[in-house]
Design a protein around this ligand. Sequence first.
Ligand code: NAD
Length: 491
Amino acid sequence: MNVQASLINLGRIEPLACQNLIDGERVANGAAKERRNPSDTGEVVSVATFASLDDVAEAVAAAREAFPKWARLLPQARADLLDTVGSLIVSRREEIATLLSREEGKTLPEARAEVTKAGQLFKFYAGEALRLSGRHVRSLREGIDIDVVREPVGVAALITPWNFPIVIPAWKLAPALAYGNCAVLKPSELTSGCAQLLSEIMVEAGLPNGVFQMVMGGGEVGAALVSNPEVDLVSFTGSSVTGSKIAASMNGRNAQLQLELGGKNPLIVMADANLEGALDAAIKGAFYSTGQRCTASSRIIVDAAIHDRFAETLLERVKGLRVGHALDPQSNIGPLVSEQQRERVLQSLDNAKAETSGEAWGGSPLEGATPGHFVQPALFIGTSSADFVNRHEIFGPVASLIRADSLDHAIEIANDTPYGLSAGIYTASHAAIGEFRRRSTAGMLMINLQTVGTDYHVPFGGNGESGFGVREMGPEVVQFFTRSRTIYVAG
Ligand code: NAD
């Protein structure tokens, strides 16, 4: 295990001032909150003025006011604006990615990939704005035709987490606006700087006032936003606990809800698998991005015939992972996002160690060359499905190995969780792949691939406690961001 000591001079930046955006105006009435670099807590990355409850109400009112005009705008005009947003994001990739690494703690290559995808998403939904169509149906009655058209819903509240602070706002905003809704984004309080850059780009692209608003802050601001009766759509990504609170608070409201929540994703490795590929998938899927991904491969289920050999090699690789400053090119893994998150992960690892039927390696706090929230990766070997480590989403650099006696047994273990986001298998057998495809209960299946890493032009989302409502991304999300109208025409 190497903590990065070979730190190059990474410098520190001037903090970015982040302000709410309401009806085209920057609004900063409240107290300012500092956000420090999780790789180097001596650096203040951004200073954000959180929204008041009045600010939230004004943002929703401005979106409501802007909605009729935006909804009626010709699709080409909406497409051009979204395409410009995409181009501006890509043209500022290096600046956004560097801030993302400083603010969230993922490594620069991961941050760059995220920013690129955010730009591509806006361009994809620019095209989708043009492709929105309905269908023509013959009536069951003589002399009548029917058109089923799709139309925008109204005001969308978009609540996003810190772990993908550019791409998750992008994958909610781009379709919301493309299909003619106005939006209020409430980004995570830990990544206001990334949201600030995105909001600057939305303004620079020339979006009309009120079409896009941003209110910054934590749970209180989010709760005020989702409970505003003028909000028609709520799209939330975050923890299952917050998702349940939002669902409960919306009970009885006439608003549509989309929840993307946590995961406890299995990666099955069969004896006939490409073991090099499987090891790489296990390392990158479980530990990269410091394990802070909803699709992380936190449960690795290995065929008994190769289990011990696989465990030994995987442990060697885990020991070789380099943890350090997110901007240091030598780092494989950055810090956890905050001290609170580090405390939470360390507490979960203590619980997991106390309640495991196997053996644990790693998982201690680490001192870096800079003061940051570093944690040594952890690997649990010889665990059982009932262990704490296999039942809780720890959201840190941790994986467990579970031995499976057969393919049947492996699939049974893979499905043994209330979550159902992503599930993977490594095998050379078509029959095993077929069996896995038919029986896995997850929303996304990865065959000879990591459980992480998805495309934006197809649906993303999970079953069980991993999600609720229409899946995000792909053209299918039109079902969430529009509603149908049926028109009967006689004569
Ligand atoms: P979180 O639930 O703590 O916060 C998410 C967002 O909700 C933040 O913007 C937060 O300020 C806001 N919020 C908190 N309380 C609220 C309330 N009562 N009402 C309205 N908004 C409220 O989650 P997090 O710690 O930011 O993110 C980590 C979690 O997100 C993990 O569980 C992870 O699995 C999940 N996640 C899921 C996906 C997915 O697509 N399935 C993707 C990324 C992250």
